[in-house]
Write a protein that binds this ligand. Sequence first.
Ligand SMILES: Cc1cc2nc3c(=O)[nH]c(=O)nc-3n(C[C@H](O)[C@H](O)[C@H](O)COP(=O)(O)O)c2cc1C
Length: 201
Amino acid sequence: MTDRTAPTAHPIEPALAARWSPRSYEDRAVPAAALAQCLEAARWAASCINEQPWTYLVTRKTEEADAHAKLLACLSPNNQGWAGRAPVLMLAVARSIFAASGKPNRHAAYDLGQATANLAAQAAALGLQAHQMAGFDAAAARAAFAIPEGFEPMAAITLGYPGPAAALPEALAARETAPRARKPIAEFAHMGAWGAMGSPA
Ligand SMILES: Cc1cc2nc3c(=O)[nH]c(=O)nc-3n(C[C@H](O)[C@H](O)[C@H](O)COP(=O)(O)O)c2cc1C
């Protein structure tokens, strides 16, 4: 299995460091129990007034073959080039209206993102990896799956066991093996005042 563990500057939870976004996947199904564990992790995310505005359209290559093909067809050509390798393809959809009041939920996308971060970390803990994608046609996905108004398709997500980079075309293989990089903490932490960039340690 490809190991792309993050070279963190401070120790973090192992599953968070192990998470990454592969484009090569093994030709191996995700066990139903593992898929349920990933969705369970999403389920326990925090959300604004516990609204839980996340929904996932889950398609497995074998069990939901037609839906899987339909969702794959909604991806951008670049993403279609690799995402079909993964045994599971999902669509993360935010419910943008509060169920009780019918008012707009300004934090729906924020909450869906937290749920999906949980899902991805749980996947990594199980030796699986998720890859989130903005590159898909939201209108086409809405039409293909009759997604009602008030629900916003936000991201497509592959899930599966990561495969060898060598199985990918050259350009994608290079991206798969490039060093992982992040801005330092001092580029995003404002310590006590806006613009006072720094790191606690
Ligand atoms: C909201 C979102 C949209 C993304 N869209 C795409 C995409 O369309 N295609 C793609 O190959 N990767 C996409 N990515 C993956 C990012 O490129 C990736 O997370 C980033 O380069 C960091 O790499 P890592 O996840 O391996 O740490 C997306 C990630 C997120 C969170």
